[in-house]
Design a protein. Sequence first.
Lengths: 341, 616
Amino acid sequence: METNTIEPKLTGKDFVTDQELRWCPGCGDYSIIKQVQTVMPELNIPREQIVFISGIGCSSRFPYYMETFGMHSIHGRATAIASGLKATRPELSVWIVTGDGDSLSIGGNHLIHLLRRNFDVNVLLFNNEIYGLTKGQYSPASPYGSVTKSTPMGSIDFPFNPLALCLGANSTFVARSMDRDPIHLREILKRANGHKGTSMVEIYQNCNVFNDGAFEVFTEKGTKKINTLMVEHGKPLVFGEKSEKGIMLDGFKPVVVNVADVSANDLWIHDEKDQVKAGILVRFFNKPSDENALPRPFGVFYTEDRFCYEDAMSAQLVEAVSKKGKGNLDALLKGNNTWTI
Amino acid sequence: MNKQTEIKSNVVILFAGDSGDGIQLTGTQFSTTTALYGNDISTFPNFPAEIRAPQGTIAGVSGFQLHFGSQRIYTAGDAADVLVVMNAAALKANLKQLKDGGIIIANTDGFDAKNLKLANYPEGVHPLKNGSLDKYKTVEIDVSKITRAALADSGLGTKEMDRSKNMFVLGYIYWMYNRSIENSITFINEQFKKRPELIDANIKVLKAGYNYGETVEAPMQRFEVKPAPVEHGTYRSIMGNQAAAIGLVAAAEKAGLTLFCGTYPITPASDILHELSKHKNFGVKTFQAEDEIAAITSTIGASFGGALGITTSSGPGIALKTEAIGLALMLELPLVIVNVQRGGPSTGLPTKTEQADLMQALYGRNGEAPVPVIAAYSPSDCFYAAYEACRIALEFMTPVFFLSDGYIANGSEPWKFPASANLADINVSFAKNELKEGEKYLPYKRNEKLSRPWAIPGTKGLEHRVGGIEKENETGNISYDPENHEFMVKIRQAKVDKIADYIPLQTIDNGNNKGKLLVLGWGSTYGSIKTAVKEAIDEGYDVAHAHVKYLNPFPKNLGEVIGNYDKVLIPEINNGQLIKVIRDKYFVDAKGLNKIQGLPFSAAEIKNKIIETLTN
């Protein structure tokens, strides 16, 4: 008997597993998983079609807490594992959860190759600028001079600018959000899901045990508005307590101006499709304490429509069948040249 | 002129010349024609490591060895009866391979002052003229001159004319062994169909070579090698890497799965990737990853999604994949790891053969990490071994090592290929949601093979998480419980051990079931051991040969088989690896015969050791 059942609408709770969350109390990961679980039902993707893949690190425990298919793999390789999964199962919704050590250090190679191939997956890079799980060593995202367990005299590593790296690897979707702004994070997660291609989302995440307050000037009420720039497609770049400041381009050089001093047309209008300007935007990377520091931007910086590896791969298979016919195993075994004795 | 024909039971020809001389083509053409004629054959190409080494130098010499006979042939031959050399460097590099009294066919044009110098002959020394080759029969032919003369009216430039030199040599060898040139004419017509002027030129030179033998006023021998008593049937020629690739495709087809091969180029394994990438019309997905680690981890992702995951490499690449093999083992996902072994350690001898990665396959991982290991013993066996590796991976949900090596990977032999219907079934089924209301899915609940279900994404109700951290039995949840860890380590070992119930018992390949000496081999040493033991038995020695294909787990009766002989000899192209495992597991005082020169054993080396062992 055929029955038409109407599936009950899922809620965030349907994405919660029976495993107890084991992050440190106060960790930014709690907010991030909450936003991910909240957004999931809105994506209208059946749970069984969703796969979360992680590497190693605090954030990489994530899949155990998501009631979807999931894999907690080995250090740095989630991106490569997701590539193989997506290549063979293009219809799945694949999410990679990784940290700054996992994706920028040990897995740096796979990350850049994932981005240039543009598999249609989503990367959530939890950046806390520290190694948490191994208890407090500096990461490739830690600022120069960081005093950590392994750098008592200060780090002498010059850090990556993660999103500039991603844009350099020809990423087709580059965005940044933060653990302390749930509404913004949920919006960016939805945008990432909607983008066809590798969606790269850097999420500033506070490690309250080993690197507490690394991003507080961007995330806390008193300082957030003057130090951050929330970009939106088609809107001028403005920031400040009362949006009184704006960004103007002097040639290729961004300068901070008082909105009142310029005409609205003179401000930089954000265009997500402009790769050159996105390149400038991701390089707004000053320390807030620097003189004439530019505000740190958040939002979707760049999107591009480009073919995805898995689609090109499938297309070649279709083309091969149309040219040669569907593979015949006996013909393959026989080869082109036989003799009979 | 007196041109007598001598009957021979088997002949080894070694073609050698500059890598640009078309040596591989000459060799394969003669091989194909010879196989068509009904001889049994075995071939082995010997390429220089450099892609285009300087012309005329010893580093640039390319070789192709062919062994054919009116009897069964199991190796490419210990030493050559005939050495064809296109230049001085080819002579210098290969003369030690020629039997005393053997025939040298020398292209005199390749022995001018310049070539002699490039081959590092001292000034004034001319090997063809100073009597150094007196113990051989030398046939000197100015191949370039005759080729150019034959093509004088062709309108081709000298450079293009010279490219046909190999066809002259081929024609001449056809004459020498009473072979028809028809097969090669068909080949030339096909090969150059877009350039008809080259068809005419190549055929003309091929015929010129044949006619040279027929007409030249010189005492020259002809030979005849009658067809071999091989099993009736339809054959094709197959190289090991090609056979492995076809075996993998066949396994995917029989299992009804997508084949995904994540790999990174490495000698001598890359040809498997090349071959697989030709078969996209079978739904084969090849992924040339950014490195060896991505090669295997992408494959693990594909296996998680329900594909037949294959990763191919050689020793150094396998070393990089090690951590991920451990992950596949913890995830209990099917995965076939192909190692086409080469000389090691480190970069070692990339183009040379060795069997030195057995320990790596058996033990080269952190923690208690058992992985089944299967080794192919000949070029055509690469097909069956690869197929079997897939079967075990899929039926037992485990990574499996398939070991080949440079010798059989690049060697070729005739293959009485099977019909697809006769290949063993591969039973695969994805887990279905059969949960009752309120019941939780158990991703690590095992069946009678101790194998867990393959529940792939997309299966509603079976959402679950897997990972590399130790997991609780059945639920797969993270567990640091001490007793659970010990239990899980033991159950993963028991699963691999259990495979012994599902593989064939060890057989004796040749000789009596009990006796004085057992020669126990594995992998590519098969042909040399087979030949050596056969000869020794014919001469009345009490010796037998068993070849181990399943190296982990061993066949259940292996200990019993070994126990039936007074002595055990284990020849290996390494410093003694299988011997350690055999001694450890069965407490037998096995003796080793080890060669670590990047070269296969000659049958004579093994036979001498057999006689020495039996007479001491």
